[in-house]
Design a protein around this ligand. Sequence first.
Ligand code: NAD
Length: 457
Amino acid sequence: MESPSEIRESHRTFFKTNASKELSFRKKYLKALRDKIVEKEDDLCHALYQDFKKPTFEALASETQFVLSELNHIIKHLDYWAQTQRVSGSWANFPSRDYVQYEPYGNVLVIAPWNYPIQLALSPLIGALAAGNTVVIKPSELTPHAARIISEIIADVFPEDYVTVVEGGVETSQALLKEPWDYIFFTGSTRVGQIVYEAAAKHLTPVTLELGGKSPCIVDASANIKIAAKRIAWGKFLNAGQTCIAPDYVLVHEAVKEQLVHALKGAITTFYGSEPNQTDYARMVSDDHFERVKGYLEGQTLLSGGTCITSERYIAPTLLDDPSLDSKVMQDEVFGPVLPIIGYTDVSEIKKHIDHFSKPLALYVFSENRKFQKWVQKNFSFGGGAINDTVIHITNKKLPFGGVGASGINGYHGKNSFLTFSHKKSMVKRGTWLDIPMRYPPYELPLKWAKKIKHLF
Ligand code: NAD
């Protein structure tokens, strides 16, 4: 296998040919990728099942169909987005033609996590290719079946010096990060995000960091509890809670707490049955993650669930009653099917909890009270979210997806992916038939004008 520097060098040589800048070239390969994903959809779903028993419906909806829909959207709009954007000129440059040109950064490195291993490797790839870059993808080592099939698909569709998959773990990732990439797109934990950012800083490489955090879900006394329970249980236990934008904990008004817990239990039973369900519920991805999430149950009051089967890496959908802020489950992002339910009586308690953590990736509020909905949006900074639902904001390609502060830098999806992977080159094109002398020394006359006009530009 080639070394990271050999791979980057071959990508650099390929990029210099300018082939990837041609719109027809970009679209040809995006279409070829689309055809290959359609052809391999069953194999992709099977790989996800082998890695952590991801249910086929979830694999289709959140991975293959998600990526196909992103591909269709980008292929359809790319010609329009890529056009030079004309802007009006400034009088200081008169006469001129001023415009923004979108140009690819060059050689992009994409580092992906394991929880949505197909979506989170291929969605950034699509954006980067649409913008005209070459791409190296490093999938997660924790989902080896998914990594293998991604590798095979990419090798089938793309020339090696245009798109390459490098399989491997932490050391491979670190070796790749030593190279001077033109752009790094990382999805993963905040801890590793810091390592990636430091590595990027050495070469002043721009980044997108798609990170995690503790995403709160607030349920106030006016909420439609039945709907709230269904939508919270769905967003939380999808992928067995291993979703970056899953509700991490619920803050519920004491007046409706009992009602919500009852409705959540009902929703869990309806969705997954009263016994561990074998088909519609994913497993923990690794023994370490199983032990980590199981550890969150120690010393806690269970409202429901709590069954853990080590040989299966199965943890039942679990509700915890009022864990304190210093308990283990409230120290880290849960990233598993355990949902703390915390009662509040005053909004100051909502503030106390949310402000205790860094800015989260998502926030959800269930309420029929518009004043309260507005209060929440105004008082807390977070990547994105929903009112009266969870998770679904990720499905709208017109909404940029990303974090803020410790939950991430920059965003993507749809046109925002194209923009994220494009440098916006500002150009002024001037004629030579007129050359107003006001900027040239000696400054005696220009200075008189400057003082009179005040606003020169
Ligand atoms: P992770 O940070 O452990 O690993 C992500 C990638 O980084 C993997 O490819 C891994 O090989 C590599 N990596 C791990 N340690 C490294 C190191 N020391 N140096 C260099 N590279 C290293 O994350 P994960 O466990 O795969 O994913 C879970 C995390 O990702 C959660 O925090 C979750 O919230 C977050 N996440 C965020 C999004 C988003 O879109 N914002 C999406 C999915 C997951």
